[in-house]
Design a protein around this ligand. Structure first.
Ligand SMILES: *Cc1c(COP(=O)(O)O)cnc(C)c1O
Length: 494
């Protein structure tokens, strides 16, 4: 049975299902398994499996207190026809690399890969741990996560989800996606304020003991769906194993042949999952970490110093506009030899001075990683040149990764076959994409741009975009940031 310990050494060890329910350890650290299990099947065996079968084999050793039936049910409910392809995460070859398309789920971005299964892992965990309360998910969002969480939790029995977003701080398509969300248990609220206001309001409610008591008295408890949850990390390991298996099946690689992986990175969750896949025994050579102009991770991998004291840059890849990559803590813990004391010291320095420096010995354990970044101009050029060469259209996040891969090849001469994590559909960022390709987005609205993109790429407009065109608005609540707690009470009738 795998046990989870806090990366900061405090609190009590948790089973997998307890870690999924709690999200964060009691001392503010992240849950880390007592060991990283090895792959349970040979690569050849994986090559003959469906996505769902790979998902079971990869996740089971991490979620060892779930029964076979429970886990298989979660997988069946998550990876179904919400995805627009049976492959779930198909590979597309373009200009010398394999693009692993992680955007075929309900909200056409990679967050769907984990957020479509997390609600099921959570309610199963609640049942296993004899929790009678309904689970209330409270989320602040700058756009992507909110919609993916809404779609994941909608109509999942025993849960409610309340999402706060900055009324003037998300794109028109993102807002429309959220306020048209169906499901009796979903609530969406715009606030007068920015993302930080929404985030702080949510944190305040989470930390309010009186509120917690009021909730419990009425049969509710909070949980969090954010990217540090074990229930989001583990499902993300699956598609790296699946991608390798597909390449093997199609004869693109030999069994055991190493591949490189390039990941457009923000919170460090996706690339950490690739690192876990490697530690399970998947033949991955380099883990290439791609940043946009918020290049904290590039600097860290180069110098060994993590320093968030810098200006925040708004880019065309907003899901990577992050200065504190919260999942990096798990890697720090790993390269510190799973020494919680050492990790805790570094994290304390981060919270007091905004920076920390790792030892040369720790730095040596980062040899598998390679960091690079792409500027805004390079990102747009990458979208245009890939389209010109192959007719393949990618979104700005994926373009950051693609650009970084070109730089990596130039700098190292490494010709190892490479998988690039493609994290969003170009239809999610039509304006940036059309502007990059045609050098002029013009005055057209976002839906007209979607039509334009469809005729350029020959790819049908995804249902996720098409369906919100005419969908009725179902959520119209707007509130002041001071009113967030009252709104929650009202929705829960407490
Ligand atoms: C969240 C997100 C990322 C960053 O992933 P992390 O796991 O936070 O590193 C990259 N691209 C897109 C489109 C995303 O939504």
């Amino acid at each position: 049975m795998v046990k989870y310990f806090s990366t900061r050494g405090g609190g009590s060890p948790a089973s997998a299902s307890e870690a999924v329910l709690k999200g964060l350890a009691e001392d503010g650290g992240l849950f880390f398994p007592d060991h990283i299990p090895a792959l349970t099947k040979s690569l050849k065996q994986f090559a003959d499996m469906s996505y769902q079968e790979v998902a079971y084999e990869v996740m089971q050793p991490f979620l060892s207190d779930y029964t076979e039936e429970e886990l298989k049910n979660c997988i069946k409910n998550a990876y179904d026809d919400k995805f627009d392809t049976e492959a779930i995460a198909p590979l597309a070859y373009a200009d010398g690399a394999y693009y692993l398309e992680l955007f075929h789920g309900a909200t056409i971005a990679f967050k769907d890969m984990a957020l479509s299964i997390l609600p099921h892992l959570m309610i199963t965990a609640a049942k296993k741990n004899h929790i009678q309360n309904d689970i209330v998910i409270l989320t602040a969002t700058s756009g992507d996560t909110g919609k993916a969480a809404l779609a994941g939790f909608a109509d999942v029995e025993g849960t409610k989800i309340i999402v706060f977003y900055p009324k003037s701080g998300v794109s028109p398509i993102q807002e429309k996606q959220m306020i048209t969300q169906k499901g009796d248990n979903t609530f969406v609220v715009g606030i007068h304020g920015n993302f930080d206001d929404a985030q702080n309001g949510v944190k305040k409610i989470f930390g309010d003991k009186e509120f917690e008591k009021l909730m419990a008295d009425n049969g509710y408890q909070f949980s969090s769906a954010n990217s540090i949850n074990v229930g989001r990390l583990v499902p993300q390991i699956v598609y790296y194993v699946y991608a390798y298996a597909q390449l093997l099946k199609e004869g693109k690689i030999a069994e055991g042949e190493p591949i490189n992986v390039v990941v457009p990175t923000g919170n460090f969750g996706n690339i950490l999952a690739a690192c876990f896949a490697k530690n399970m025994g998947l033949p991955i050579a380099k883990l290439i970490c791609a940043s946009n102009e918020n290049k904290v991770l590039f600097d860290f991998l180069r110098t060994g110093t993590y320093d968030r004291n810098r200006d925040f840059v708004l880019t065309s890849s907003p899901s990577m506009d992050i200065l504190i990559s919260s999942n990096l803590e798990r890697l720090i813990y790993l390269i510190a030899g799973e020494d919680a004391e050492r990790n805790r010291n570094l994290m304390m320095q981060l919270s007091t001075s905004g920076k920390y420096e790792i030892s040369t010995e720790m730095q040596e354990k980062l040899q598998d990683f390679y960091g690079e970044y792409a500027t805004e101009t390079e990102t747009a050029q990458t979208i245009a040149s890939l389209y010109d060469k192959c007719g393949y259209v990618i979104d700005p996040h994926t373009a950051v990764a693609s650009c970084v891969y070109q730089k990596y090849k130039k700098q190292t001469g490494d010709e190892t076959k490479t998988v690039i994590a493609s994290t969003a559909s170009p239809y999610k960022f039509t304006r940036s994409v059309i502007t990059a390709i045609e050098k002029d987005g013009g005055e057209a609205d976002d839906f007209a741009l979607a039509d334009r993109l469809s005729s350029l790429s020959g790819v049908k407009i995804p249902e996720a975009v098409e369906s919100i065109r005419k969908a009725p608005v179902l959520h119209e609540t707007i509130c002041e940031k001071e009113e967030m707690a009252d709104v929650v009470k009202k929705y829960l009738g407490i």
